[in-house]
Write a protein that binds this ligand. Structure first.
Ligand code: TGC
Ligand code: FAD
Length: 394
């Protein structure tokens, strides 16, 4: 019998019906950008361990993708769901490209937008929205990743003008060495506070972290603050304590709930295409029951992940989404995406290990995605606490 035409795994769920026209247009535009501008270079960037952030940022900014779901200051002000769909398409290219956009928009810009003074917003947000200025977000330290409350970076008041002096080291900071501005969280006498640090400040440096085997199309750096002196108004005026940085993580984690679906979708689509073309023992790999059981299970998990992402998007747009629900989404979707990418790699056999196909690149990237923005274990503990009432972090 002649083979039937294959459908894209997400079409099986008729997910298009759940997305409105404006959201679909945004998704289509980002998909085109990724297909035409980004995908042709990914293998090269991944191999080189370098991505031209300075070149890409203005192009991403021109499409309104930087600080996309924020209102005012040159930002596009789209729905949260539209932002999620953009993250999905970016990560269908590469998690590193989605990270570039997440860190700029959901971490650095969101922090300034939500907690900054009017002067800080005016100074940075319009230039960050266009991609002229790049931002990074320094929370993690060498000894404090999952437990950022233990951070050692310290900011103390100094001199009659009320200057701040910052000392410490941040670790694993995306976009660090290419940033114009760093949002840095530091201990003060009044608890954790956030600082807007121009990266040309004396005493600031951002050595790049090299030899990564994951997220190679992304720039990752240390931030070294060696007595960086800042004026009194460099601090976020009101917020104190961990809820400052954690409120920003909610935004970035939300984007990852969608983004992971993109990496999984791209892996599965590439694998189905390959299995249709690859003949083994005289017939296509796709025509074997064992292959079909795998692609059916992957398509099912992919569709469920997408439905979860859309559900959380709708909750966010109606203003009822809570952090525990974001943890459910991040835990499920990244965990399932990495399983899918690894399974796809196995289905492809040896071809799956090369940069000719995206599957091992996605799987390797997802190792970072599983760890950053709260490891799977951290999200299990957040959900466990919500369900049982007991905190098991300590
Ligand atoms: P805990 O005592 O639970 O809370 C301290 C204060 O924070 C409030 N809070 C939140 N506020 C807003 N959103 C949330 N999700 C919040 N979770 C907690 C809480 O109400 C409390 O407020 P207050 O006013 O009473 O002081 O804090 P804890 O020290 O026990 O830590 C909790 C824990 C472990 C869940 C948290 O620290 C955590 O999430 N750890 C993981 C760290 C993490 O995700 N780091 C990410 C760094 S950035 C990054 O990875 C970028 S990757 C690049 C990319 O995104 O693409
Ligand atoms: P650790 O906290 O040392 O955890 C090690 C292991 O212990 C993990 O398996 C963890 O799940 C487990 N664990 C932790 N706590 C518990 C517990 N209570 N019970 C049981 N098990 C536990 N950070 C930023 O601030 N800004 C960035 O831009 C940024 N970009 C990043 C980019 C990349 C590519 C990567 C890999 C990381 C980035 N990070 C960034 C850092 C990231 O957020 C941290 O790596 C993450 O929070 C985990 O911290 P850690 O690596 O120190 O692991």
């Amino acid at each position: 019998m002649a083979p039937k035409t294959a459908v894209s795994p997400l079409d099986l769920f008729a997910i298009d019906h759940l997305v409105d026209e404006e959201e679909r247009d945004i998704q289509r535009t980002v998909r085109e950008l990724v297909t035409e501008r980004i995908k042709p270079h990914l293998a090269e960037w991944y191999e080189a361990g370098h991505v031209p952030v300075r070149e890409l940022a203005p192009e991403l900014g021109a499409l309104g993708l930087l600080g996309m779901h924020l209102e005012g200051y040159g930002c596009a002000g789209t729905s949260a769901t539209a932002y999620g769909l953009a993250c999905l398409e970016l990560e269908a290219g590469d998690s590193g490209i989605r990270s570039l956009v997440s860190v700029q928009g959901s971490l650095a810009m969101f922090a300034i937008w939500r907690w900054g003074s009017e002067e800080q917003k005016q100074q940075w947000l319009p230039r960050m929205a266009t991609g002229e200025a790049i931002g990074c977000f320094g929370l993690t330290e060498p000894d404090f990743g999952s437990n950022p409350g233990g951070m050692r970076t310290r900011a103390v008041r100094d001199g009659s003008n009320g200057d701040w002096v910052l000392t410490g080291t941040k670790m694993w900071i995306t976009n660090g060495s290419v940033s114009d501005v760093a949002v840095v969280w530091a201990q003060t006498d009044e608890g954790v506070r956030g600082f807007v640090v121009p990266t040309d400040s004396p005493g600031f440096s951002a050595p790049e972290i090299t030899r990564k085997l994951s997220l190679r199309a992304s720039i990752t750096s240390e931030l070294v603050l060696d007595g960086v002196r800042l004026p009194a108004d460099a601090v976020f005026p009101e917020v104190r304590g961990l809820k400052g940085p954690l409120s920003c993580l909610n935004e970035a984690r939300f984007g990852i709930v969608f983004g992971a679906v993109g990496a999984a979708r791209d892996s599965l689509e590439a694998t189905i295409r390959y299995a249709q073309e690859r003949d083994i023992f005289d017939k296509p790999l796709a025509a074997y029951q064992l292959t079909q059981a795998k692609v059916a299970d992957m398509g099912l998990e992919l569709g469920k992940a997408m439905l979860l992402a859309l559900h959380l998007g709708r909750l966010k747009d109606e203003g009822t989404l809570v952090p525990d629900q974001i943890s459910l989404g991040k835990l499920n979707n990244v965990r399932e995406a990495i399983k899918i990418a690894r399974e796809c790699r196995a289905v492809m056999g040896a071809a799956g290990i090369t940069l000719e196909h995206p599957v091992l690149r996605h799987a390797n990237n997802l190792e970072s995605v599983l760890t950053y923005e709260g490891t799977s274990e951290v999200h299990q503990l957040i959900i466990g606490q919500a369900l049982t009432g007991h905190s098991a972090f300590r």
